[in-house]
Design a protein around this ligand. Structure first.
Ligand code: GMT
Length: 382
């Protein structure tokens, strides 16, 4: 029996919004009625689906509001949509401010004459805890809204433990890993540019995918590529955009790499680009999970990443990719060179990466865990 679920996330580019959108799409496919409630249509919500609805949150701008109160407008819309469409549950991605808005919406409906229940689930993604949640000005309300949630999930064991330790919250936090649709993410590129268009002379293709925030250390990506390209003809595809893009662009120019580093900006169909690459570089300072690495693995692209956060839960060093210390550009370049010099090993490891993604993180494995989790939350709050 399908459930009626409201989903709120940051709709722009970023891992949490991607996970929330893909989750909504997968749930809709499985017969649930999904209502996205946000200030813009989630970016990966491109194809219409009869079970998917989108409700925009309008934020009034009065001269008095130096800071328009989005969280209040969101709470109001959450309560309204839940009443209008008889939603059973809200699922918010990223604690701040979404879980606070969901808490308000739950209270608004409970205060109605016939008191209606609207439980909510919060999924923690990473920077909502590691950066924002630990900012003193946000910490008490983040802790409060997590504790008030009817269910809490984290995208890795690392994030679960760190939240329990540093926020000292009293709830159970269940780990439900991020997932990838292994039918869509594969080495079966149909619509995108072919390999020859980016690498016309048979060069190797390395790829980086992120929101170019400082935590991603995008300049390390350029440094690694500089070492690799000195030895092996290759191209680097930089997918995404964000605050550190121009630093990376300048570095590529300074190092004389600008013809081989291709900044593609934000892309809608990342699987088309991943499906033609050989290696993914993810030299982040921290990743609670590292969705980009998982998407690459599903496309038989070997990830070379840092040994931080939840990445060791996703990548098995030496089997489905490589891990190095943060900032160890030489080690990461060394792993890339070893792989690129040996085509047989490169392809074998690419296949091992996909096999690992398929066996542990395919949507067909993870989505039922969310369904089960929702059912338990609904049962508890009925
Ligand atoms: O990585 C970012 O800067 C975006 C951020 C987000 O919330 O959109 O990503 C976090 O959530 C992703 C999806 O669960 C994880 O795969 C990323 O590892 C995590 N980012 C960090 O922990 C830095």
């Amino acid at each position: 029996m399908g459930m009626r679920i409201g989903i709120t996330c940051y709709p722009t580019y970023g891992g949490s919004g991607v996970v929330a959108t893909e989750l909504g799409l997968e749930l809709a496919e499985r017969g649930h009625e999904i209502h996205f409630i946000s200030y813009a249509q989630p970016i990966r919500l491109t194809n219409p689906h009869p079970n998917i609805h989108y409700h925009e949150v309008e934020v009034s701008r009065y001269p008095l509001f130096d800071y328009p109160p989005y969280d209040l407008a969101l709470a109001t819309r959450m309560a309204e949509v839940s009443e209008l469409y008889d939603l059973e549950l809200l699922h918010v991605h990223y604690a701040i401010p979404h879980s606070v808005s969901a808490l308000l919406a739950r209270q608004m409906l409970a205060a109605k004459p016939r008191g209606r229940k609207l439980p909510f689930v919060t999924t923690l993604h990473g920077t909502d805890i590691t950066l924002v949640g630990l900012d003193r000005s946000y910490l008490p309300i983040t802790r409060f809204s997590i504790e008030q949630s009817d269910g809490v999930t984290a995208v890795s064991q690392y994030l679960r433990e760190r939240t329990l330790r540093e926020l000292d919250v009293r709830n159970n936090i269940e780990v439900i890993y991020n997932f990838v649709n292994c039918d869509v993410y594969c080495r079966c590129q149909k619509n995108g540019k072919t390999r020859d268009e980016y690498a016309p002379n048979g060069e190797r293709i390395l790829v980086h995918l992120s929101n170019f925030r400082p935590v991603k250390r995008v300049t390390d990506t350029i440094e690694i590529f500089d070492v690799v390209r000195k030895q092996i003809p290759s191209k680097l595809l930089m997918i995404g955009d964000g605050p550190d893009r121009s630093r990376a662009e300048w570095l590529a120019v300074q190092k004389g790499l600008h013809e081989d580093v291709l900044f593609l900006g934000k892309q809608e169909q990342v699987q088309d680009k991943l499906g033609i690459a050989d290696i993914m570089l993810l030299p982040s300072e921290l990743e609670s999970f590292g969705l980009a690495a998982l998407e690459a693995m599903a496309c038989e692209v070997v990830p070379i990443a840092t040994r931080v956060g939840g990445l060791p839960e996703v990548i098995e060093h030496g089997k489905s990719g490589y891990l190095a210390d943060v900032g160890d550009v030489q080690a990461m370049a060394g792993y890339a060179l070893d792989l690129l010099r040996d085509e047989t090993n490169l392809r074998a490891m690419g296949k091992a990466s996909r096999a690992s993604a398929q066996s542990r993180f395919c949507s067909s494995k993870i989505i039922p865990q969310y369904e089960e989790f929702y059912r338990r939350v609904l049962e508890r709050s009925s």
